[in-house]
Design a protein around this ligand. Structure first.
Ligand SMILES: *[C@@H]1O[C@H](CO)[C@@H](O)[C@H](O)[C@H]1NC(C)=O
Ligand SMILES: *[C@@H]1O[C@H](CO)[C@@H](O)[C@H](O)[C@H]1NC(C)=O
Ligand SMILES: *[C@@H]1O[C@H](CO)[C@@H](O)[C@H](O)[C@H]1NC(C)=O
Ligand SMILES: *[C@@H]1O[C@H](CO)[C@@H](O)[C@H](O)[C@H]1NC(C)=O
Ligand SMILES: *[C@@H]1O[C@H](CO)[C@@H](O)[C@H](O)[C@H]1NC(C)=O
Ligand SMILES: *[C@@H]1O[C@H](CO)[C@@H](O)[C@H](O)[C@H]1NC(C)=O
Ligand SMILES: *[C@@H]1O[C@H](CO)[C@@H](O)[C@H](O)[C@H]1NC(C)=O
Ligand SMILES: *[C@@H]1O[C@H](CO)[C@@H](O)[C@H](O)[C@H]1NC(C)=O
Ligand SMILES: *[C@@H]1O[C@H](CO)[C@@H](O)[C@H](O)[C@H]1NC(C)=O
Length: 483
């Protein structure tokens, strides 16, 4: 009982301290979710904010480890279409009923309650995480990657909002990462932005075009570890607007990165890179880590295992540079500099009195066949998704890590041509294939990001973290040294 009160108090303090500006929260290792009210009378849930899919989907069946779900027969405004829809992803799937009901986000004052399509999940496999703080997804991408059903088109919540307001809206994600080194709960803000309303952040905005309106598909020119302090031959003096010719990027890497597609996906945790690129970058970071005398096992670098230490780590490892095609010219790009604080992700931070304290990290990079800029690449930045105009704007933000953006830089030739960024896609093939993969991003979260399954509270503070065999060897080594 005391624990519950303590947790509630903490949650309250957290809310007070961070203020109303922040409406996204997530437990350690989980993505960011936002509070929503669905139906009449409203039923409250948390939806994972996912730019990697399109459909609003909510649990509507009782399931193991998740007590909260939408009770359709308790909403007087629900309209069930009696049509089945589904979404499959690499490691799991869900099946649901397509319905419409009123959807309202209490933290979005400028968006009214709208009647929106929603998928009521009745069956799922490896979709919900045990003990996750969310009960569904808010898909924010384009229609072609919506849930799939026979003879139905599943509208997105964003489309419903645009229709209801009769103007297209953009949205912005400001993800801040963990609150502190000893507090693994992370927070951020999700806002809907009017074209009229000027941006409050006066920092320079760098725009990358959305190449195809399915997922948020962007052109990733290269991804590299910044082992030198001055990454490329370029002036970082922004007061002087000269754009400096830089050393030529690697054509092969660029082709490889965009071979399948490159997407910006807030529903994925890690930065996923083609095998070769992943190997190169991790190799460099690992070498840099060796120099700093921090013991880290290969399981950490290459097998997604957690590394734990008795005290929080201040990483002095190279940043990762992600070069993105600029929307201003085909031969221009800009660079996101993602610091170690982002990609050495905190998964547990506990300082328990009378017990061994434990600070666990996981590498925010992984190998795969395509390029996915998960939220590890977004923390410390403000990212504006201009859905209708088809571009994504990146700015440095006032919260989170000190991620930087530099550029724009000119290349000697068209990046669009060299990297073959404007491959046409046949529309019919897309809508079906895309739907199959709509939730691909989420699978990463569902597929075992967590070492510790946390209750929907600041559990690290309330309860001893569950010890698993996944704690890496480096920790054992360190503990032995200490004692
Ligand atoms: C976690 O963050 C909240 C909000 O800033 C703060 O009130 C709380 O004390 C933090 N917990 C620890 C252990 O630092
Ligand atoms: C999920 O949680 C329940 C109860 O909290 C537990 O019995 C079950 O073993 C857990 N499942 C997994 C896969 O961890
Ligand atoms: C409402 O639906 C739930 C299952 O979702 C069922 O258990 C319950 O009996 C239903 N209640 C009514 C009044 O139909
Ligand atoms: C979206 O892009 C269009 C065209 O570039 C622009 O007019 C509009 O202001 C943008 N919206 C936001 C919120 O920046
Ligand atoms: C960039 O490289 C050129 C030669 O390749 C050199 O002359 C120039 O000084 C360099 N500029 C900076 C800012 O390092
Ligand atoms: C930027 O350039 C201006 C003018 O060339 C110079 O006065 C200023 O010192 C430079 N700032 C930095 C940080 O290099
Ligand atoms: C930028 O700096 C260069 C040399 O430092 C100078 O020749 C050029 O005029 C400057 N450009 C602007 C727009 O200030
Ligand atoms: C870079 O590209 C822009 C737009 O194409 C052009 O105006 C500018 O002169 C270029 N700068 C350099 C140094 O080549
Ligand atoms: C602009 O970016 C800097 C970091 O580069 C940050 O300290 C500052 O708070 C940002 N301003 C806003 C309004 O986000």
């Amino acid at each position: 009982m005391m624990r519950i009160i303590y947790c509630a108090l903490l949650a309250f303090i957290l809310h007070q301290a961070l203020g109303d500006e922040y409406n996204l929260f997530g437990d350690a290792g989980q993505a960011y979710s936002v509070e929503v009210n669905i139906g009449h009378p409203p039923q409250k849930f948390y939806l994972l904010v996912d730019t990697g899919s399109t459909t609003l989907a909510v649990a509507s069946h009782a399931r193991q480890g998740g007590k909260s779900y939408f009770k359709a027969n308790q909403s007087s405004s629900i309209q069930d279409s009696h049509k089945q829809v589904q979404a499959k992803y690499s490691q799991g799937m869900w099946i649901g009923q397509l319905a419409t009901d009123f959807v309202q986000f209490p933290s979005l004052a400028n968006v009214p309650a709208v009647r929106s399509n929603l998928a009521l999940i009745t069956e799922s496999h490896k979709f919900f995480m045990n003990g996750s703080g969310w009960q569904g997804l808010l898909g924010l991408a384009y229609l072609p990657v919506g849930a799939w059903g026979e003879n139905v088109v599943v509208d997105s919540w964003m489309d419903s909002v645009d229709r209801s307001l009769a103007v297209p809206k953009s949205f912005q994600l400001k993800l801040c990462g963990v609150k502190s080194t000893t507090n693994a709960t992370h927070y951020g803000s999700f806002q809907m932005i009017d074209d009229q309303n000027p941006n409050r952040n006066s920092n320079r905005s760098y725009r990358t075009p959305v190449l195809r309106k399915r997922w948020y598909e962007v052109g990733v020119i290269s991804v590299r570890a910044l082992t030198d302090l001055v990454p490329i031959n370029a002036s970082l003096n922004n007061t002087n607007e000269t754009i400096v010719e830089v050393k030529d990027f690697n054509d092969e890497m660029c082709l490889k990165l965009n071979e399948e597609k490159s997407i910006v996906d807030s529903g994925t945790t890690n930065i996923r890179l083609p095998e070769i690129v992943f190997g190169e970058i991790v190799g460099e970071i690992r070498n840099a880590a060796r120099m700093t005398n921090v013991l880290i096992s290969d399981e950490f670098w290459y097998h997604g295992e957690a590394g734990c230490w008795p005290e929080p780590q201040m990483w002095s490892l190279p940043s990762i540079a992600i070069d993105l095609l600029s929307a201003d010219a085909n031969d221009q790009y800009f660079t996101l500099e993602i610091p170690a604080q982002n990609y050495m992700r905190v998964v547990t931070a506990s300082t328990e009195v009378g017990a061994i304290s434990e600070f666990c990290y996981k590498l925010g990079l992984e190998a795969g066949s395509e390029t996915v800029l998960g939220y590890t690449a977004m923390e410390g930045l403000e990212v504006l998704f201009n859905r209708s105009a088809g571009w994504i704007g990146w700015q440095t933000s006032n919260c989170g890590s000190n991620a930087r953006i530099t550029g724009p830089y000119n290349a000697s030739k068209s990046l669009v041509d060299t990297c073959q960024l404007r491959r046409p896609v046949s529309e019919t093939a897309v809508s079906i294939k895309a739907a199959q993969w709509a939730l691909c991003g989420v699978s990463i979260i569902a597929g075992g990001v967590l070492v510790y399954l946390l209750a929907p509270c600041v559990k690290a503070l309330c309860k001893k973290p569950i010890r698993t065999q996944q704690i890496s060897l480096s920790q054992t080594a360190l503990f032995e040294q200490e004692s």
